[in-house]
Ligand binder design. Structure first.
Ligand code: ADP
Ligand code: MG
Length: 487
């Protein structure tokens, strides 16, 4: 970046909201539904109607604990739900049930790639993980039920989520999005959330301040709210870094403010200035008793956590001599890592399988518009397909041609190859016959070869391949061809 910003260091802390993968809402029996008609998944509790009382969803708590443990936090034996009071149309109760003084968990960390080329590692402190309910959604500039104007959709009101607050340990837009990626990977691995950003299941507030290089005190920060893509997070940080640097360079002071990022203008806009805990008049929710978690329960949940991405990456590298980036892609989702490891069980040569997964399988899955958890191809069948290539029973190209159908329909690769008439022709008698035919058809090529033109061999190979629709075994074919040309 330019000279102005080189003088300043960015200090970034993220507040990340992650929806928990539950059937129903945090305090009401209304279902959690995405893409439903507006206001079709609401219960009087979500509306804050008088005479109804919240009941904590027993499904949500263990999920929140899983996330906290996966982030190396200390989970507390007692936490308290508190009311965060503010007025906004998407919050009918006038307060959001959250946690404040006694959160679920504190004091964790997460390691992310850091530095210029991402070659270093930065350990980012996790200040706290607390539970809260989501608010509804305001809809502007969009017709709802044929009507113009602003609307409120409360389907999201009361959806359980965790807020994960980081220490101000991040130093660049790239580090911030790497942190967010790592977080998304972990909550998915741990089965806590689908963390689909397009559905708003993972959203992030960016806190940013600048300080002169060498300075250890923190500068005044701004907070950019509700970013729901990695790109927006990076863009918002870059834009806000530029804005703050300009203010500081002009001898001014950054004013603490809440910002909104406008992706179309690629810049931030001030929504409101200064806002702190006092403004929210937090107090313990008198309708809810403190949440108690026994040591045993927390330990039971810890024991049920799967191997997490970082550990799995290290193990795969070690066990199969894979590179950092190969292991990185193979463990980028639990489904992919499971698929790869199951294929290795069936086949053995992990390096070859890794190449096939990274080069061909992922591309084919994408080209077919599929997701890995929706393919019909079993890992064992994938290993078998790679085996067919290794035994020269089909060519690599043929194997790639079989992939789309195998992905969509499943089945046995050897059978499919046979059904499509794809198996390599190695039958010597058949090859001899085709070679004889080709030589007879190209006398000038044969005499050129006698005159010393070696390139002719490739031309004749090509002719035989054409005759056999690419199915001749190249090794066997070359042998026959060379021998016959010498005769
Ligand atoms: P709140 O936003 O609710 O007032 P905090 O004041 O605890 O909560 O801070 C929220 C986030 O802001 C945290 O992620 C924290 O790391 C980050 N943060 C706090 N101070 C700064 C700062 N001076 N510069 C950048 N980030 C900061
Ligand atoms: Mg905040």
């Amino acid at each position: 970046m330019g000279g102005r910003q080189a003088r300043y260091e960015a200090v970034i802390g993220l507040e990340v909201h992650v929806h928990l993968r539950t059937q129903s809402k945090l305090f009401s029996p209304a279902p959690v539904l995405y893409g439903e008609l507006p206001n079709h998944a609401v219960h009087p509790i979500d509306l804050g109607l008088p005479g109804v009382l919240p009941v904590v969803n027993g499904e949500a708590v263990p999920l929140a604990v899983r996330a906290a443990l996966a982030l190396h936090c200390q989970v507390h034996e007692r936490c308290v739900f508190a009311r965060k009071n503010y007025f906004y149309p998407d919050l009918p109760k006038g307060y959001q049930i959250s946690q404040f003084e006694a959160p679920l968990a504190t004091g964790g960390w997460l390691e992310v790639p850091a530095g210029e080329g991402g070659e270093g590692v930065r350990r980012v402190g996790i200040t706290r993980v607390h539970m809260e309910e989501d608010a509804g959604k305001s809809i502007h500039d969009e017709k709802v039920a044929g009507r113009e104007g602003s609307h409120v959709d409360l389907n999201r009101a009361g959806v359980p989520l965790i807020e994960i607050v980081s220490e101000p340990d991040l130093r660049s837009p790239e580090e911030a999005s790497a942190y967010l990626r790592a977080l998304r990977e972990i909550v998915r691995y741990a089965g806590v959330s689908d963390a689909d950003m397009e559905k708003g299941q993972l959203r992030c507030d960016v806190n940013l301040s600048l300080r002169r290089r060498g300075e250890t005190r923190l500068g005044t920060r701004t907070e950019c709210k509700n970013l729901n893509s990695f790109r927006f997070v990076e863009e918002a940080i870059r834009s806000e870094m530029r804005r703050q640097a300009k203010v500081l360079d002009a001898g001014g002071e950054v004013v603490q403010a809440t910002l909104h990022y406008d992706p179309e203008r690629r810049s931030t806009r001030v929504m409101r200035v200064k806002e702190n805990a006092d403004d929210y008049r937090y107090f313990p929710d008198p309708d809810l008793i403190p949440l108690e978690l026994s040591r045993e329960e927390v330990e039971r949940i810890r024991a049920s956590l799967p191997e997490l991405p970082e550990a799995r990456r290290a193990r795969l590298r070690e066990e199969h001599a894979l590179s950092e980036s190969e292991a990185g892609v193979l463990t980028s989702s639990r489904e992919l890592a499971d698929f790869f490891e199951a294929a290795c069980q069936a086949h053995g040569d992990a390096k070859t399988l890794a190449n096939w997964v990274l080069r061909d399988l992922l591309a084919a899955v994408k080209a077919e518009g599929l997701e890995l958890d929706r393919i019909r191809l079993a890992p064992e069948a994938f290993a078998a397909l790679v085996g067919l290539v290794e035994e020269s029973r089909v060519t690599a190209r043929q194997a790639r041609e079989l992939l789309p159908e195998l992905l969509r329909e499943g089945g046995d690769p050897a059978e499919l190859a046979r059904a499509r008439g794809l198996e390599v022709v190695r039958d010597a008698g058949r090859l001899e016959a085709v070679v004889a035919e080709v030589l007879a058809a190209h006398p000038e090529a044969v005499s050129n070869h006698r005159a010393g033109d070696e390139k002719v061999v490739n031309f004749l190979m090509g002719q035989v391949m054409k005759q056999t629709r690419g199915q001749a075994d190249p090794g066997a074919l070359r042998e026959i061809l060379v021998r016959r040309l010498k005769e």
